[in-house]
Structures are given as structure tokens and as C-alpha cells.
Write a protein that binds this ligand. Structure first.
Ligand code: M6R
Length: 365
């Protein structure tokens, strides 16, 4: 079952080139620069009638939603709100006119997400699902949607579902965008970049040995900070969640510039600080944020892009992922964070696939 891997989490991390290919299969329209999403069940007219998008989810799926906000705002030009499903369901019931609500869930059985999507529908939103488990409650409750086809995810820590959720949300952004104001050329650029991602994840997985070595230096720390900005901020949140879940170390994700508003007080010589800093339009700002950490100690690991400028002056360690379209970097930068959390958990002797107190799907409130 484990096919030579020690744990399901490890197997599922390494399956990502394949799971991503499965999510993309038959959906990328190269000539048209478009995404084929027949299951969405939305007419072009309906798509043009939306004036906002609301994405709902919990845990890792909420992190995907936060990245998805950037995808949809950039590609479709629609304002996007992201809510924790558990919070949204008890909010004051304001009407949701002309709203596309998107429920993101790997299992399709998360109680809070299921109830939140019902609440969104009652308020007037059109609700679609981004779901992995075929025929699950959330898939059935949705008007239409996008299945991930990532295959069963067994490890309690979500890994391959996250990258497939990002791919599905990109497809959604592309599909909505092409029916609104995204040009064929702009669409083609995204399609080409997406088509190249599975091979780039394969490439990124080669960092495994290096991350296993880096894990040795972090394995005894009881705290860690993860930083990122823009699309990389939710990746930082996801990296911190992975570490907390499987290694029981306390970790926090922050937008890098928020550090000086409080959390920088935590930095001392032993604090591991993991910075998600791909070469994008905000990179130089992130470097200045890292310099602020550097000046106060901190063991800094930077996840950046191959061929980016030399970071040895600001980072103790650095790993680089292949260069892609700047919007797509989260699908690559998250992989080293998954590997790092995995190796740290193994070194700490934790039950990686069944962390204490956690269930694979949370079907109670
Ligand atoms: O099945 P879902 O995507 O709805 O699950 C949501 C969360 O419970 C889930 O992502 C949880 O946070 C994972 N353990 C994260 O690794």
C-alpha cells in the first residue's frame, strides 16, 4: 500500500506530480488559453453576472482559498472574500446577490463547510464545490463544481490535496476570467505555465535530501515562524500548520511585514524562521523584512526561486524551486515546507500519519 514509502504523508507528497496531472487532465485548452470545466454548470451569462466571489473552507482548504483569492482577483478581476466556514455560518445573514460562493474541501464531509455552503445558498449565492471525494456531501450539496481527482488522501496532514486545490482554483480563475476580460494571450500564458507544473514539482522533490539535513538543525526547536507576502503568505500559514500537526512544535505563519508589529519580539538566536520568498514583484520587500529578523538573531531558511539573487547575506540556509509564472509559485514553494515538516516529525518520533487528537475529516461542529 505504501509502495516503498515509510508513511502515507511521504507517499502523498511524492505523488504530487501525478495528482496534479490528474487534476489538470483534459482541462487545459492550449489554443484557447482557457480551462474546460464542464462540471461547473455555469452559463457564460451567469459568469458575467457575478460581481463578487466568496470562498469557504477550513484548515488547509482555507489556506488554498487564500491563495485562490489572488488567482481569481488577478485572472477574473472579481473581488474575492475568503471566510473560515465555521465563522461564516454564524455571521449576520447579509444577502449575497450576484455572488459565486466556492466551498473548498478535500473530504467533502467537513460539517462546518457543508453548513456554510447551505447558509451561502440561503442568502442568494450560487454555490459550487472544489472537492476531492467524489459523491461526498459537499459535492452533492453544490450546484456544480470541480473535482480534484487527486486520488485518496490517507495521511491526516493534507498535502497533495492542497496542490490540487490550488490547481483547481487556478482553472476556475482562468475559466471565469476568459468569460470576462482575460484575453486569449493572457490565458495562454497561464495555461502554458500550468502545463509545466507537474514536471517542476518533480524537480522540486529532489530537494528532499537537503530538507532532511535542514530538518536535523530544526528538529529540537519548540517554536518556528513562517513568513511570506502576497501569494506566499498563505503558503507560510500552510507550512506552519503542517509543522504543528505532525511534529507538535508550535509554529505561526505571518505576512512578513507584520513582524515588526509584535511577533519580532519572539526572535532570538534559536528561533527558526522560514521565509517563503520566490522571485516576484514583492521579493525585495521580503528581503528587507528578513534583514530585520537577521539583525535580531534567528535561524533563517529561505525558500526562493532558482537563479534568484544571492541570499547568503540574509539567510543561513536557502533552497530554490524552479521558476514559474509568479502567480503559480505556491504550488512549488509549499513542497519544501511539506518535506521539512515531514522530516522534523519523523526525527521527533511522532506518528506522522495519525497525529494525536486529529481526525482525517471533521464531521462534527
Ligand atoms: O476535508 P477538508 O478539506 O474539508 O478538511 C479541512 C480541514 O479539516 C483539513 O484541511 C485539516 O486542516 C488538515 N488536517 C490539514 O492538514
Amino acid at each position: 500500500e505504501l509502495g516503498g514509502y515509510a508513511h502515507f504523508m511521504q507517499k502523498e507528497i511524492f505523488e504530487q506530480p501525478e495528482s496534479l496531472r490528474n487534476t489538470l487532465r483534459g482541462r487545459l485548452m492550449r489554443d484557447e488559453g482557457d480551462a474546460r470545466l464542464n462540471g461547473l454548470q455555469l452559463t457564460d451569462e451567469e459568469i458575467r453576472s457575478f460581481d463578487r466571489v466568496l470562498i469557504l473552507g477550513c484548515g488547509t482548504s482555507w489556506h488554498s482559498a487564500l491563495v485562490g483569492r489572488h488567482f481569481i482577483e488577478t485572472l477574473a478581476g472579481l473581488p474575492v472574500d475568503v471566510e473560515y466556514a465555521s465563522e461564516f455560518r454564524y455571521q449576520r445573514p447579509l444577502p449575497l446577490k450576484n455572488t459565486l460562493a466556492v466551498a473548498v474541501s478535500q473530504s467533502g464531509e467537513t460539517a462546518d463547510t457543508l453548513e456554510a455552503m447551505k447558509a451561502a445558498r440561503e442568502r442568494g449565492a450560487r454555490v459550487v464545490g472544489v472537492v476531492n471525494a467524489v459523491g461526498s456531501s459537499i459535492a452533492r450539496e453544490a450546484h456544480g463544481g470541480i473535482y480534484l481527482h487527486a486520488g485518496p488522501e490517507v495521511g491526516v496532514a493534507s498535502t497533495k490535496a492542497f496542490t490540487s486545490q490550488l490547481a483547481a482554483l487556478l482553472l476556475l480563475g482562468l475559466h471565469l476570467g476568459r468569460r470576462r476580460s482575460l484575453t486569449v494571450e493572457q490565458g495562454r500564458e497561464v495555461v502554458e505555465a500550468m502545463a509545466a507544473l507537474p514536471a517542476m514539482i518533480e524537480q522540486t522533490l529532489k530537494l528532499d535530501d537537503e530538507l532532511a539535513r535542514i530538518a536535523l538543525t530544526f528538529s529540537e526547536a519548540s517554536n518556528a515562524l513562517y513568513l511570506g507576502r502576497g501569494v506566499s503568505f498563505p503558503v507560510a500559514l500552510e507550512g506552519a500548520l503542517k509543522l504543528k500537526e505532525v511534529s507538535y512544535a508550535h509554529a505561526e505563519g505571518y505576512p512578513a511585514a507584520e513582524l515588526k508589529h509584535g511577533p519580532i519580539a519572539l526572535i532570538d538566536d534559536d528561533m527558526p524562521v522560514i521565509v517563503v520568498a520566490p522571485a516576484d514583484h514583492i521579493f525585495s520587500k521580503v528581503v528587507s523584512n528578513v534583514q530585520e529578523v537577521r539583525a535580531r538573531g534567528g535561524q533563517i531558511l529561505v525558500i526562493t526561486t532558482e537563479g534568484n539573487r544571492d541570499l547568503s547575506a540574509v539567510a543561513d540556509r536557502e533552497v530554490a524551486v524552479p521558476a514559474t509564472h509568479e502567480l503559480l509559485s505556491p504550488l512549488l514553494t509549499v513542497v519544501p515546507l511539506q518535506l521539512l515538516a515531514y522530516h522534523i516529525a519523523v526525527l521527533r518520533g511522532c506518528d506522522v500519519d495519525r497525529p494525536r487528537n486529529l481526525a482525517k475529516s471533521v464531521t462534527v461542529e
